[in-house]
Design a binder for this molecule. Structure first.
Ligand code: NA7
Length: 535
């Protein structure tokens, strides 16, 4: 980049699923735009998360872009759920096919984005000190992109190797013959543990909270299934867009409580056989009714008891203190069976807490563990972490961090009062992480693209969420969350995994279909709830 700041209609931060599609849409519409990306390639989440077993929990046929039917038809997925290498290959294919790289600068982390009120422009500053100037600043920074490294005493003293699942070495890691400790039992750990256990001499798992899981039943994609999908792709996509979670299968239409225990069991067994997230759609009331939820939770606990041979370990692995589905449900491929191996030990750190990391390993209240490597599968500062790392300043030099001190506030998860012409893709207050992400990403990107065309056609130079609309939306987001069991869990949805993070339920649980309708209605009413400034 040269010394003089380059000027664009829009600067997009991040080249994952969102940033790539945003670039494509805006460029097609004739806007000048540029993407800044911290990694040395496209992919975002799928660029960084290269740990063993990294795989998407949404199925291949719908964890993909829908904007190009040619792309849909030409790309062939190989498995029911796409593995990280295959998703990354897909995103690289998309980057090549739509010639995206020429407008992306890689290896460039954004440190600051400041709005100049007088000039009505954003100045985006990179870690290297380069600046870009743009009318619109679009944050495509991802919801799970700021790794959480727990501040455990003595971390720096450890003499072995340490890894975070979200920042995995590109060359991979060979654990053969190694004594390995892994902290965390969320979705990433659940995928990594069975594979690390196969390689390592010994694997010790440090569990703070046991997780509910249902089988993934991954396997090669049946070519006939793929053909059927491709023959009717538009209809499958429509179903996904209009659904609750962005998944194109029907929501449950029965209450768990209408059925006898035997009938419930039959329904859960059937869902267990199918595998995947649709387990939670077995009945419509699993996420809103505690008694209904408990029937599903108990079913999963009974499965753990059947799979895990050592009764004491099985007990430790059974989640009991939050409703199923209120922390992110994980999909299981030989996770529970892994605890039947002789070289795997489970340490429950609720009863036997980690006291320190030592030069040789981990010391808990009761034991001393020696390791060659420690894996942190400790998750992310979700939804707001990546935004908080950037010094974002709006009108009157207001810092986003300051505005969000008591928790994030945004209108539709798209715009923020005090921050004109700044958009967040899948930001807090939108369905985002509670949905099949590409569906929510495309909806946001399309909404922003349409919005920018609307502004251009009317000579509107600035758009900003009003405080009233933002407050009302945040109240609505909280109200809807309050109708569900979600707030009962110490989840990353509520910021509970990050010490000191305000407890606010961040995603919108109203469903992607109704949310889309609301966003469209707001756009149709000339961006109701946004203040528009014309030249
Ligand atoms: P998650 O789901 O946030 O899991 C992180 C795990 O690490 C979880 O078991 C946490 O326990 C545990 N954790 C976090 N901090 C600590 C500390 N300080 N000490 C001990 N244990 C800790 O992250 P993932 O990467 O697995 O998955 C993220 C998302 O990616 C996932 O939900 C999917 O959407 C894909 P906790 O449950 O907080 O007690």
């Amino acid at each position: 980049m040269s010394d003089a700041p380059q000027r664009f209609d829009a600067v997009i931060v991040g080249a994952g699923f969102s940033g790539m599609y945003m670039l494509h849409r805006l460029r097609e519409l004739g806007f000048s735009c540029h993407v800044l990306e911290a990694g040395d390639g496209v992919g975002g989440t799928w660029y960084w998360n290269r740990y063993p077993g990294a795989r998407c929990d949404s199925e291949s046929m719908y964890y993909s872009y829908s904007f190009s039917s040619e792309l849909e038809q030409e790309w062939n997925w190989t498995e029911r759920y796409p593995g990280q290498p295959e998703i990354l290959k897909y995103l690289n294919h998309v980057a090549d096919r739509f010639d995206l790289r020429r407008d992306i600068t890689f290896d460039t982390r954004v440190n600051a984005a400041h709005y100049d009120e007088a000039a009505n422009e954003w100045t985006i500053t990179t870690a290297a000190g380069d600046t870009l100037v743009a009318t619109f600043c679009i944050m495509a920074t991802g919801c799970l992109s700021s790794p959480n490294a727990p501040g455990i005493t003595g971390l720096d003293t450890f003499e072995g190797a340490t890894y975070h699942t979200g920042e995995w070495p590109h060359e991979g890691v060979d654990f053969t013959g190694k004594r390995v400790g892994i902290i965390g039992t969320g979705s990433s750990a659940i995928q990594a543990i069975p594979l690390i256990a196969e390689q390592a001499e010994h694997l010790t798992v440090f569990q703070r909270t046991p997780n509910f899981m249902v089988p993934a039943h991954n396997g090669p994609l049946d070519p006939e299934f793929e053909r059927d999908w491709k023959a009717d792709y538009a209809e499958w996509r429509r179903k996904g867009r209009e659904s609750f979670g962005g998944f194109p299968y029907p929501a449950g239409n029965r209450s768990a409580l209408e059925l006898s225990a035997e009938e419930q069991l039959e329904a859960y067994e059937e869902a267990w056989k199918i595998g995947g997230f649709r387990f939670l759609s077995t009945f419509y009331d699993l996420i809103i009714n505690e008694d209904a939820n408990e029937t599903a939770a108990e079913f999963v606990r009974s499965k753990i008891a059947q799979i895990v041979k050592d009764p004491e370990t099985a007990q430790k692995l059974m989640p009991r203190d939050y409703p199923i589905g209120t922390k992110r449900l994980a999909l299981d491929t030989h996770y529970f069976e892994t605890y039947n191996r002789d070289n795997v030990t489970l340490v429950d750190i609720k009863t036997n807490p980690i006291e320190a990391i030592t030069p040789s390993g981990i010391r808990t209240a009761d034991d001393e563990h020696t390791f060659d490597a420690i894996v942190f599968a400790t998750g992310f500062d979700a939804m707001t972490g990546a935004l908080s790392k950037i010094d974002i300043r709006g009108r009157g030099d207001l810092a986003l961090q300051e505005k969000w001190e008591a928790g994030p506030k945004a209108y539709l998860g798209l715009g923020i009062a005090g921050f004109p012409n700044l958009f967040t893709i899948t930001g807090p207050g939108s369905p985002s992480v509670l949905s099949n992400m590409p569906v929510s990403i495309e909806q946001h990107v399309d909404w922003i693209a349409d919005c920018l065309v609307y502004l251009r056609e009317r000579n509107v130079v600035a758009i900003e969420a009003t405080v009233e609309a933002e407050e009302a939306w945040v109240a609505h987001v909280n109200e809807v969350a309050g109708f569900t069991l979600f707030p009962r869990a110490n989840s990353w949805y509520i910021g509970a995994n990050i010490p000191g993070k305000p407890r606010v339920f961040m995603p919108y649980v109203g469903g992607v279909g109704p949310y889309r309708a609301r966003c469209n209605e707001i756009a149709a009413k000339d961006y109701d709830g946004f203040a528009l400034t014309s030249v």
